[in-house]
Design a protein around this ligand. Structure first.
Ligand code: PMP
Length: 449
């Protein structure tokens, strides 16, 4: 079993069908913004392994820190005793927290586990049962995290019953409110907050409601930044009723949107913040941070996990935090983001393509293009769009992503809508960004010609 076709066939036979894949082949190497395959392909990676390798693959300082830690201690179990990388990591994270009250941490392996822990914490701390999440939200695949996930039925199909006590309101996104795409965010925000008001009067009393969980930029639900007024509105409701606000920054954190955390832009203080993905640039590590006054209500032993807060992963994360600062990563995000947006907007300004490019949105390097679909409310409501609905080809987003892959660039779709998402490394060079934009433009033109 050495040739690519042998390995591919072995994988098809022995790896569960439950895992999907966007391209055949076997990855052998990742360096910076590129991934290499056994068959010789070298692909520009605009997926970052689903928003993880923010500093590019195999970042030398991160790999070095992990390798050195491997020679000291690999598994310093966090329920046996503290270990140094765990504490050093907290020291690095404290100054970049979006609010100084966030000062009490613990680490896990995956985003789902951290969400799970945040939900449990909220119940324990408030002594209340119910959780409110957003329609379109993604929080993970474990039973609790999936219970608050509302982005695609594929994750929960055949698995129910999920965690009980979960309610939801529409995220302020035009799809979730069946509104035309041009609906002002102020209108969407008012609608969502009104739905929250109704929910708390009709279905779950505030005195039974432990937490509201929200992504500041909804990820698997379509790459939509939450309007700042919406996040501020949630904070007000939480303050009024003693409900905890959980911010899921698993995908949007660590510079992805141009600030350390996406919530910074709104000035809103989360009670609990969940992080993962970019935290350790590929080493399995997630974290939950809250304030000491709240976490002091947890009994020792109520949280923990065999591999939680692994020493190698924590050492890697310390190097990530240093690199974000030393390499001025946030500046690069903002510069490359402007280039990406201007390239996408100029594509949309082409009158031949404009009817098919419904929306360009996102923040920093968490950016999406939504294509037209005959199912979009835009096409239903807009009389000029109706004329073209009959001409709209099916599945534009997945065909564009596939075309990009054929041309040497990894690109993902997201959500149940026609959306492709751009999650390139945060330190991507100007040249590679230009290259990615060119591949995308050619792919769109070929698919829509
Ligand atoms: N929350 C958000 C916002 C996510 O994007 C994800 C992963 N896509 C998760 C939670 C779950 O993280 P993991 O896959 O590491 O369990």
């Amino acid at each position: 079993m050495s040739s690519t076709s042998d390995l591919q066939a072995f994988g098809e036979r022995h790896v569960t069908k439950g895992l999907g894949r966007i391209t055949p082949g076997v990855m052998t190497k990742g360096q910076g913004s590129y991934v290499e395959f056994q068959d010789g392909r070298k692909m520009l990676d605009f997926t970052c392994g689903i928003g993880v390798t923010n500093l590019g693959h195999s970042h030398p300082k991160v790999s070095k820190a992990a390798a050195e830690q491997c020679m000291n201690i690999v598994h310093a179990q966090c329920s046996i005793a503290f270990h140094e990388p765990y504490l050093r990591l907290i020291e690095k994270l404290l100054p970049v927290m979006p609010h100084p009250s966030l000062d009490s941490f613990f680490f896990w392996n995956s985003g789902s586990e951290a969400v799970e822990a945040a939900l449990k914490m909220a119940r324990i701390i408030t002594g209340r049962q119910n959780i409110i999440s957003m329609q379109g939200a993604y929080h993970g695949r474990t039973m609790g995290a999936m219970g608050v996930t509302k982005s695609k039925t594929i994750y929960s199909e055949g698995v129910a019953p999920l965690m009980p006590g979960v309610f939801s309101i529409p995220f302020p996104f035009w799809h979730q409110q069946a509104a035309p795409p041009e609906t002002p965010t102020s209108v969407l925000t008012t609608q969502s907050l009104y739905q929250l008001h109704l929910l708390l009067s009709q279905q779950t009393s505030p005195s039974d409601t432990a937490a509201i969980i929200v992504e500041p930029v909804i990820g698997e639900g379509g790459y939509v930044p939450a309007p700042k007024e919406f996040l501020q509105g949630l904070r007000e409701v939480c303050d009024k009723h003693g409900i905890l606000l959980i911010m899921d920054e698993v995908q949007s954190g660590f510079g992805r949107t141009g600030t350390w955390f996406a919530i910074e832009e709104s000035g809103v203080r989360p009670d609990i913040l969940v992080m993962a993905k970019g935290l350790a640039n590929g080493f399995p590590l997630s974290g939950v941070v809250s304030r000491k006054e709240l976490t002091d209500k947890l009994k020792p032993g109520s949280m923990g996990g065999t591999y939680a807060g692994n020493a190698v992963a924590c050492a890697a994360a310390v190097a990530v935090a240093d690199a974000i600062k030393e390499e001025k990563i946030l500046d690069n995000v903002n510069e490359r983001s402007n280039e990406l947006f201007s390239s996408l907007l100029s594509l949309q300004s082409d009158s031949a393509l404009a009817p098919y490019i419904l929306d360009i949105r996102g923040r920093g390097l968490m950016v999406a293009v939504e294509f037209a679909s005959s199912e979009n409310p835009g096409a239903i409501y807009d009389p000029t769009a109706v004329a073209i609905t009959t001409k709209i080809p099916k599945g534009i987003a997945s065909r564009v992503a596939k075309k990009c892959i054929e041309k040497g660039m990894l690109l993902l779709t997201t959500s149940v809508y026609e959306v492709v998402r751009f999650i390139p490394p945060l330190n991507i060079s100007k040249e590679d960004m230009a290259k990615g934009c060119k591949v995308f433009e050619e792919s769109v033109r070929e698919v829509l010609k």
